[in-house]
Design a binder for this molecule. Structure first.
Ligand code: AMP
Length: 229
């Protein structure tokens, strides 16, 4: 099962992605997580990526495309993958499509979580990260996944671990830049969605659109229903 998941930053894409990953038992390949990992380890790739990430800009395609294409060719991705955060623009979509075609692989689903820009921004600013598990969602602006309060301190609602914020989540200018990239239908992420949506023939993926406005559980239910059919 090969799946792409799209949604603006703040749409709950990471959370839904984790659920989809569990349902199909495939690796969850998140470009942002790979970059942050590389930054933490202080690698050359991390150093290259850091400046762009802190400015809310895309890491250059010359770094990102080979990194992701190599990742989806690793042995654990033979049974499939859920690709999250890539492709983010039209050149990345074309490069992925070409690489999959060359490897005689096709995509099964392209999931798009649809959310208005203003709603997405509010959610980003409320996002909190569990230091123990990246797949534990916490958000001070979404009631259903509000962190727990223990001794006057907010902690992870799932496991009680400490919470942190991502620097780029609290920077409004960076959020606006990231959203400008996502909502750009000419060459940005929505152009990448349209690229796959316009594919025809036996290799064309099924396009699954879900409304991102309801709570996590409702979005998840509607997504699961659509994936099951
Ligand atoms: P994310 O965790 O998906 O929000 O990604 C965090 C940051 O990593 C983004 O704001 C970009 O700077 C960088 N990044 C993640 N995915 C990509 C991509 N496909 N292309 C370029 N940069 C990316």
């Amino acid at each position: 099962m090969r799946i792409l998941i799209f949604g603006p930053n703040g749409s709950g894409k990471g959370t839904q992605g984790a659920l989809v990953q569990k349902k199909f038992g495939i690796p969850h390949v998140e470009s942002g997580v790979i970059f942050r990992d590389q930054i933490r380890k202080g690698t050359e790739l991390g150093k290259k990526a850091r400046e762009s990430i802190d400015r809310g800009e895309l890491v250059p395609d010359s770094t990102t495309i080979p990194m992701i294409l190599a990742r989806v060719q690793e042995p654990d991705c033979r049974k499939g993958f859920l690709l999250d955060g890539f492709p983010r623009n039209l050149p990345q979509a074309e490069a992925l499509d070409l690489a999959l075609g060359e490897a005689a692989m096709s995509l099964d689903y392209v999931i798009e979580i649809v959310l208005a820009r203003a709603d997405a921004k509010k959610r980003i600013m409320g996002r909190r990260l569990c230091v123990k598990d990246n797949n534990h969602p916490n958000n001070v602006n979404i009631r259903s996944i509000e962190p727990k309060e223990v001794g006057g301190k907010l902690v992870c609602r799932v496991c009680g671990a400490d919470l942190t914020t991502r620097a780029d989540d609290q920077d409004e200018a960076a959020i606006d830049k990231r959203h400008a990239i996502y909502y750009d239908k000419e060459g940005g992420t929505l152009a990448a969605v349209a690229y796959f949506a316009s594919k025809t023939g036996p290799d064309a993926p099924e396009i699954v659109q879900v409304d991102g406005r309801p709570g996590v559980e409702e979005v998840s239910r509607s997504l699961q229903e659509k994936l099951a059919t």
